[in-house]
Structures are given as C-alpha cells and as structure tokens.
Ligand binder design. Structure first.
Ligand code: NI
Length: 193
C-alpha cells in the first residue's frame, strides 16, 4: 500500500533499493514460502524492503513485490509528520480477526495510480517473527490492520483488485497493461524503479 512519507532514516549500513514489480505480472500471483528463521540474509532483505518502501513512497511492501517469494512484509503507517514506526514481519499469521468489517480506499505499489475501496476485518491479531527472530504478537486496528492484511495477501498471490468485482478488476488490470506497453514503447530514459 502507499502513502506519502518523508524519507527520514539515517542510513548506517549501505542498503539497496529494490525494483518493484507492477501488475499484471505472474510473479505477483505466486505463493510465497515461509522463512522459518530470520537470519542475516532475511534481515538484510527486511532492511532493503523498508528502504524501498520509504523511497517509493509507500506504507507497506511484501517480498514478492520485489521478486522474492518469501513470507516477509514491512509496514509503516505513521503519517508524514510523525516519527517513523517501522514494522518488519516474517511468516506473519493472522491469529484472530474481528467480526466487524471496515472499508478502506486501498492502493498498491504494484498497481500504481489505482485505488478502490476494499472491505476487510476492522481489527486483527498477527503473530510473526521480528527482525531479531523473536516470536511476537501484535493487535492492530484501523489503517494498520488493513495494511497488514493487504501485505499478507501478497504472500498468497492475492492483490487488492482480487477483492473487487471481475468487472472492476479487469478494468484496472487492462489499464495497467496498457500503461506498461506505453512505457516500453518510449523507453529512452532509465525506468523509474
Ligand atoms: Ni500492495
């Protein structure tokens, strides 16, 4: 998902911006595998994903969006004028969802310039491995709950448009395909990734 965010981190180690895959693309429809342990390589992936998300700018990013089929997501729904509140989650699992639903206007870094209201449980609990490989459980509601559910969907090959009617979904995917073709046709400058 995305949202404007000031890029305010002080970079200590060299991190890398990763190219974000946009729909339609078969890699976004694949099932990602559990990591089971957050080792150095997964930790680095988390750091790079967080930097990529802030640079986009976005409020959430899932590993398959950068071509890595592993169950890793990063999220920060703090507003532009607030302190960053980064969350890095490996093998996230919903352990509880509320009966009450909430609708949010969602967007996605893999579906640039398209938004639609998606209805999901309003509150959740999620269990995951953190950056230090500790098991944690987090209760979330509002935008954070929506964002975590949106990112977990990516790990199962589900995009927010898959929650819409086929008519709306196909309209958005057709426009994205058209935009992709137009971009390919005029690739004089390096692609903005
Ligand atoms: Ni997304």
């Amino acid at each position: 998902m995305f949202w404007k965010h000031s890029n305010s981190q002080d970079t200590v180690e060299a991190m890398a911006l990763l190219p974000i895959i946009t729909a339609p693309d078969p890699r976004l429809k694949k099932l990602s595998k559990p990591v089971e342990k957050v080792d150095e390589a997964i930790g680095r992936l988390m750091d790079d994903m967080l930097e990529t998300m802030y640079a986009a700018p976005g409020i959430g990013l899932a590993a398959p969006q950068v071509g890595v089929l592993k169950r890793v997501i990063v999220v920060d729904v703090a507003g532009q004028d607030s302190e960053p509140q980064p969350l890095m989650l490996a093998d996230p699992e919903l352990t509880w969802v509320s009966d009450e639903d909430a609708g949010y206007e969602e967007g996605c870094l893999s579906l640039p310039d398209h938004y639609a209201e998606v209805v999901r449980p309003a509150a959740i609990k999620v269990r995951y491995l953190d950056r230090q490989n500790e098991v944690r459980e987090l209760a979330a509601e509002g935008l954070l709950a929506t964002c975590i559910q949106h990112e977990i969907d990516h790990l199962d090959g589900i995009l927010f448009v898959d929650h819409l009617s086929a008519l709306k979904r196909n309209m958005i995917l057709r426009k994205l395909l058209k935009a992709k073709k137009a971009e390919k046709g005029s690739q004089k400058e390096p692609a903005a990734v």
